[in-house]
Design a protein around this ligand. Structure first.
Ligand SMILES: Nc1ncnc2c1ncn2[C@@H]1O[C@H](COP(=O)(O)OP(=O)(O)OP(=O)(O)O)[C@@H](O)[C@H]1O
Ligand SMILES: [Mg+2]
Length: 398
């Protein structure tokens, strides 16, 4: 029986005790009755079948710094453990940057805003960047190698794979001191696999399974969970609204919902972002402004590099890459009619990054391989490059 349960991802008494009956009874080889008996026995063994008085309830919430004191403030002190937090927002609003930042800060000691713990990173969009992690690590005075060795990363290829690795992540909580699970992003694969209204019920069932599993892990291991989510644009009368995808299951399954916005700032030229608490059990609906920097989420445009004595690497070298492309080059149009920043979606920072990887003109952009370009610039996906190419072609033919 233990083997049957383990094969279905139920590897602890807690997992068994907190699983819904149908998930256990659906396991081949276990009937309805056996399932019920197993679950009830597990609950008995764990003392879950008694009421306790409220003064005995454990409230051991801990906080992970996000890198921005403003963002920490509206989150009630930082990214919280024991809960599911959904961060949703449009493309390039900073979701993946937040995921990278807290994957590092959780490793900080408690008095510096971390938990001294490790992280499981479930990457469904292939946007995890070692380089970015190394830079963030340096910002916080960490040995980049050590930080990388404490991030358990899984590249995910299908929604079924995603479920499997979410279950595996639970094992890491038990054996590797994982206290943060990142799923970046929650819906990308589901959205691609379950297309159309006819598939909706099945998609929601899979999603429910994931959310429920993660919720249980959050509680059992007092683990923080970050789920990033995309938005879809819907028309509400005259106005367009950005709604998180995934519907009620995600909305109700997450304890905290935070919206990231690029709007109101020129998202091409500024890396300033806005975060809004959309739903939280005990937080007011506040807003904060933060920045995306090359060293993760921060309060200022340049990130804040703490002065740490005795590091075995040079913190000053952090920005070296940035300055290797001169501002003037960005506006240089070579022999063509347009320069890169004339392309919709490309700001000065992106233009510099493109130049750094050898894409120095609008024509060059059009003829480049999106996958290759994306793989060379952190925070850029092939999807983004494709979009720029479309915009570049439009510009050239205008
Ligand atoms: N090294 C860097 N320095 C400064 N800004 C960067 C750096 N790398 C990426 N960015 C910026 O971060 C933004 C992308 O953020 P991020 O990848 O976190 O977005 P996202 O919300 O995850 O988007 P998506 O929905 O496409 O996954 C871009 O505007 C990009 O210019
Ligand atoms: Mg992302």
């Amino acid at each position: 029986m233990i083997k049957l349960l383990q094969e279905s991802g139920i590897s602890t008494a807690e997992a068994l005790a907190m699983s819904p009956h149908n998930i256990i009874s659906d396991i081949d080889g276990l009937g309805d009755k056996t399932a019920k008996k197993l679950i009830w026995n597990a609950r008995n063994a764990l003392g879950m079948t008694e009421f306790i008085t409220a003064d005995d309830i454990d409230e051991n919430t801990e906080y992970i710094t996000t890198g921005s004191s403003e963002l920490n403030r509206i989150l009630g002190g930082g990214f919280q453990t024991g809960k599911l937090t959904e961060v949703y927002g449009p493309f390039k609003s900073g979701k993946t940057n937040l995921a990278h930042t807290i994957a590092v800060t959780i490793q900080l000691p408690k008095k510096k805003g971390g938990l001294g713990s490790t992280v499981a990173y479930i990457d469904t969009e292939n946007t995890f960047s070692k380089e970015k992690i190394k830079r963030i690590a340096k910002r916080f005075g960490f040995d980049p190698k050590k930080v990388l060795s404490q991030i358990y990363h899984a590249r995910i290829y299908s929604s079924d794979h995603q479920i499997q690795m979410i279950q595996k992540a639970e094992t890491l909580c038990k054996t590797r001191n994982v206290r943060l699970i990142v799923v970046d992003s929650l819906m990308a694969l589901l959205r691609a696999e379950y297309v159309g209204i006819g598939m909706l019920a099945r998609r929601q069932a899979v999603l429910n399974n994931m959310i429920h599993g993660l919720s249980r892990v959050a509680e059992t291991y007092n683990c923080a969970i970050l789920l990033t989510n995309q938005v879809s644009v819907s028309m509400k009368g005259m106005f367009s609204a950005n709604d998180a995808i995934g519907g009620n299951i995600v909305a109700h399954g997450c304890h905290f919902r935070v919206m990231f916005k690029t709007k109101g700032f020129s998202s091409n030229n500024s890396l300033k972002r806005r975060a809004i608490i959309v739903d939280a059990p005990d937080l007011p609906p506040e807003e904060a402004e933060f920045f995306i920097t090359s060293v993760g989420i921060a309060d200022t445009e340049k990130g804040d590099i703490p002065e740490v004595q005795g590091l075995d690497f040079e913190v000053e070298t952090l920005y070296e890459e940035e300055s290797s492309v001169e501002d003037s080059e960005v506006f240089d149009n070579g022999n063509g009619k347009h320069s890169l920043i004339d392309v919709k979606g490309i700001g000065a920072g992106t233009a510099k990054n493109l130049i750094k990887v050898g894409v120095s003109s609008v024509e060059g952009l059009v003829s480049s391989d999106p996958e290759q370009v994306a793989s060379k610039i952190s925070g850029v996906s092939s999807k983004m490059v494709l979009e720029w190419q479309t915009n570049a072609k439009a510009l050239l033919s205008a």
